[in-house]
Design a protein around this ligand. Sequence first.
Ligand SMILES: [Zn+2]
Length: 293
Amino acid sequence: MGIDYLIGNSFTTQVVPLSVNLDQATSLIVERARQLLNQLIKDRGHDKPPFLPEEFARLQGIKKFVKADLGKVSGVLLRFHDGYVIKVNQNHNPARQNFSCAHEIGHTLLSELKLELNTENIEFRTFNPQAHAIAHSKTRERLCDVAATELLMPELVFREYLSGFGLSVQSIERLANVFKVSIRAAAWRIAEVSTEPCIALLWKPHRSAKPKTLRLAWRAGPGGKSRGKANYMPVHTLVRYPSKLHQAYENDTPVESFKLFKLNTVTKRCPMESRGFGRKETRYVISLAFLDR
Ligand SMILES: [Zn+2]
């Protein structure tokens, strides 16, 4: 979660906002992030990762980054008449701080676009009168994450490194190190941009169910659009002990298995690779399932 404050003069130019749906907004913010990225690549003369938030600062009018104890907040964007200041939570690890800073840069890009989000087709099932406002703000946050992802892990460069390392759970950590992002962010990005269709899944211990049960926390890919893309879901999202996934949870070695996935009415058995990451309470398993193997 981030908080974004506006301080000082706001822009006085009259701009008619562009009314867009979620997919259009996603394309526009990615396009704007790519412009910034291309500018950076041109300036430094190479496209070798990492792409650090500090490198984008001058191009985007960010005066400085300040590390501070922000409690539960990841990052804050402060707008002054002569530029921005980004505050980032010093208690988070460097990979997470990078993502938080890139997310705040995403806010500066989003505000340049002056979009009027048409949330009618954005999913929310509630009778809460504030639902529209909440949907709008959730959508803005999601769009800034999309921008952050493109800035830190540019699609083309990331795909090139992925194909160099090979599509495998073994590549997640290497990619995270090269691009200075978290394991989770790298895994999610693999599913989004991989040429060979794959799904990334994150499993965590389910505290309230039977002991040692693992539950699906999220899944990603292929493609990053909100609709119209293949949306495979594992048939079982709770996994009882013992299992191959538990084997991955208990050791650091990758484990191969098969899993059933559902797409509409079709069920498909896909090969899957899983590996455990993190320690103790924060231990989790990431799987990559391969749709065409
Ligand atoms: Zn935000």
